[in-house]
Structures are given as C-alpha cells and as structure tokens.
Design a protein around this ligand. Structure first.
Ligand code: CA
Ligand code: CA
Length: 162
C-alpha cells in the first residue's frame, strides 16, 4: 500500500527537467520566491547530460541559483506550473572557481594547469595551503587532467550570477 501511494504521488507531481547540463556529480538548485525570500535547496545528479529535480513548491515564478562544485553560480528564473512542469532549462555551468567566491581568477586557472597529473590518494591531493588539487578535478574522475583545465580556462575573469 505504501508503494502504491508513492507511485500515485509521482503522477501528480511532475518533475522539472533540464536538458543540456554539463555538470558532473551533484547539481544544486536554490529557489527563491519572486519577492526574493529563500525557499528551498534541491540537489540532483546529472545523468547523461540531463538533470531533473522536483520543485516542491506551489505554482509561481521562482528565482533559482544553480551551482555545482567548482563552478560559478547561475541564475535561472522558473515559471512553475505544477500541473504542467517545466522543461528545457539550460543548466550548463562554468567551472574554475576553486575558492567559492563566484569568480574565476587567472590564478585559479593557472593552479588547475599546474595541478595536471595530480591524482587522488596522494597527500598533495588534499593540500590546503591555498588551493587544493582535489578541487581542480571538475569532472570528478580522480585525477586532474587537461580535460579539467579546458573546463576552467575559458572562464578566466568571469564572474557568476548574483
Ligand atoms: Ca574564485
Ligand atoms: Ca578530472
């Protein structure tokens, strides 16, 4: 009976979908009311470039901030109709922000380049005497490689949304 109740619930609460995400691992969405009041924090894993999440809110316009580890914040306005759902959101994020100040500095990009070859399981991986190589592994494959650098390098000098 419990399972049936859950299945029934899933039919009356459509998901918010987002195709076209380049996020690795967890993607976080903070929602705010149209008046700016903080509402809820949601998180989900991107699967095959698609992130979908529940927006457990009444209908309305919501300002949301999407972010992922090592990425700049991105503002998205959602016109939420629970009866219809929302699709086609652009949840692509920009990587390279190692210290979480919503800005990708050239110093950060240079550190990613200098960390190429670092792998998890080594002491240097965790080095926190500034930036840590572990924070440069944007694609979360356990090593810092050119692929990580190429995710960050186009964003030098870019500030995330406020
Ligand atoms: Ca930064
Ligand atoms: Ca990597």
């Amino acid at each position: 009976m419990v399972n049936l109740a859950i299945i029934a619930l899933s039919f009356v609460m459509p998901e918010v979908y987002a195709g076209n995400t380049n996020a690795f691992g967890r993607l976080y969405v903070d929602s705010y009311s149209q008046y700016g009041a903080p509402r809820n924090l949601y998180s989900t894993d991107a699967v095959n470039g698609v992130a979908s999440f529940w927006l457990d809110e009444p209908g309305g316009i919501y300002h949301t901030y999407v972010h992922a580890k090592g990425a700049l914040r991105k503002k998205i306005t959602i016109n939420w109709d629970p009866a219809v759902g929302v699709g086609g959101l652009d949840l692509k994020v920009k990587y390279g922000d190692l210290n979480g100040d919503n800005y990708v500095s050239q110093v950060e990009v240079d550190f990613v380049f200098a960390s190429i070859g670092s792998t998890s399981g080594t002491l240097a991986w965790w080095d926190v005497s500034g930036f840590a190589p572990m924070d440069c592994d944007f694609n979360q494959d356990g090593t810092v490689s050119m692929a990580d650098y190429l995710l960050a390098s186009p964003n030098a000098g870019v500030t995330g949304d406020f």
